[in-house]
Design a protein around this ligand. Sequence first.
Ligand code: FAD
Ligand code: EGO
Length: 468
Amino acid sequence: MEQHSKSTKKKVVAVVGGGLVGALNACYFAKRGFEVEVFESREDIRHAKVVKGRSINLALSHRGRQALKHVGMEETIVSKGIPMNARMIHSVSGKWSEIPYGKKGQYILSVDRANLNKELLTAAEKYPNTKLNFDYKLLDWSGDTGAMTFARPDGSKEHITVDLIVGCDGAFSAIRKQFLRRSRFNFSQTYIPHGYLELTMPPNNGEFAMKPNYLHIWPRNTFMMIALPNLDKTFTCTLFMPFEDFEKITTGDEVIEFFQKYFTDAIPLIGVDALQRDFFRLPAQAMVSVKCSPYHIDDKCVLMGDAAHAVVPFYGQGMNAGFEDCLVLNEVMDQFNEDFSAVLPEYSRVRVPDDHAIADLAMYNYVEMRAHVNSKWFLFRKRVDTILHTLMPKTIIPLYTMVTFTRTRYHDAVKRWHWQDKVINQGLLGCATAAILGGSYLVIKYPPDMSNVTLEKMWSRVLALKTF
Ligand code: FAD
Ligand code: EGO
């Protein structure tokens, strides 16, 4: 069936970066029949002894799953994920309270990053029209000719030219450097004052040390800790804290003292020795938010995943958004018959507002949580969300639900959220007005006996109110 005539020969697509988004994207382009070359700077993680990387596990939700489904990978990944049906809020006093994410089928999944990446690389490699190239570090590419320059481990350089470059090389993208040199390219990058540290909570007597099917959260305003379960019955705890506070903790005793004050219940679960050791194993890692636009250069190059939009991890959406990028580009490819000169501008046009919206939402959660979210407020907010949704299931849908369990475009979710806020405020205003009117009516209809009321008595009552 294959045709080798020049006119029907499929174009060559280079996917730069074989991380989560690059590996999935390779499957998408391969499925369409393109000649796909993946270039990854690291060695093949499937054969590597130690895989260093950012977070050990991630929360996979609806958008990411839909994107995996399109290339037949959903089941493979979901079967190795651990459902988290609710958040478990840990209070300072050690009390645990759970709030479901939604109905029975609404859960997020804890997945292992390394396994996910390996499975996606293997899936990409199964297409006969895909080639994976490891130890290829992109140094730069020419905006004029499109030629890419790679560094090899032996110090040599290789120059490669293809029809389309897809930049999936992460938050510090080398592909993006060419964009920065161009006029009318918007770019912003913000490092937040917080860093993060990962700690392992081992199994207890061969079982999970805490209930496994939960996203465990310790909300302490500026200090936050979360824990996601792993298949080996460990939990990976991630502590988020300002760098300046990390710097204040320099000894094992200080670690315990700090945990004693804020995360008491976690000490015996992680173990004093492990805690003191792991806390200093790696320095706290930085988090960056990157926004830019447009995502393409002519018909030559497009940015996707973290390369286009690194978001802070306070919504659990970075990978999900990057996976959804692949799905959106695929939809545009159908619409415009794979004509890159039409596809790429349209992709930027439809995707930029949504990626910017999730970047803003993630930053909003960061600001909100560090400023006033302790365990009481967390529980209160989520309970109010649940009650309003139960009362008016069609009118009020919690923002977290829209973002996590639907494919509502991110920027539509934000719009709807603002609209719902107005509805809620008007509802409250309505209730207040009704209360005042109702109260006035009662006072007029049944006038209270004022004969015994002196000015002095009234004042003392007004002053007594202050104690509230
Ligand atoms: P990356 O995963 O960074 O992959 C980029 C790849 O490109 C790497 O393999 C790298 O080696 C390669 N590369 C880089 N430079 C070059 C070069 N010059 N040449 C060739 N190759 C190159 N997201 C979620 O959805 N849910 C979560 O729960 C979640 N939790 C997170 C927790 C933390 C602490 C952090 C930091 C992030 C979290 N994220 C989460 C976000 C998620 O990790 C990223 O959005 C996701 O990894 C982006 O994938 P990517 O493929 O675009 O980039
Ligand atoms: C009031 C209460 C305002 C990531 C609660 C805002 C994020 C925010 C980092 C959780 C869940 C997946 C996550 C909820 C809020 C992952 C997430 C949430 C964290 C931190 C995370 C929730 C990995 C914000 N989802 N979420 O509603 O359960 O609410 F706590 Cl620090």
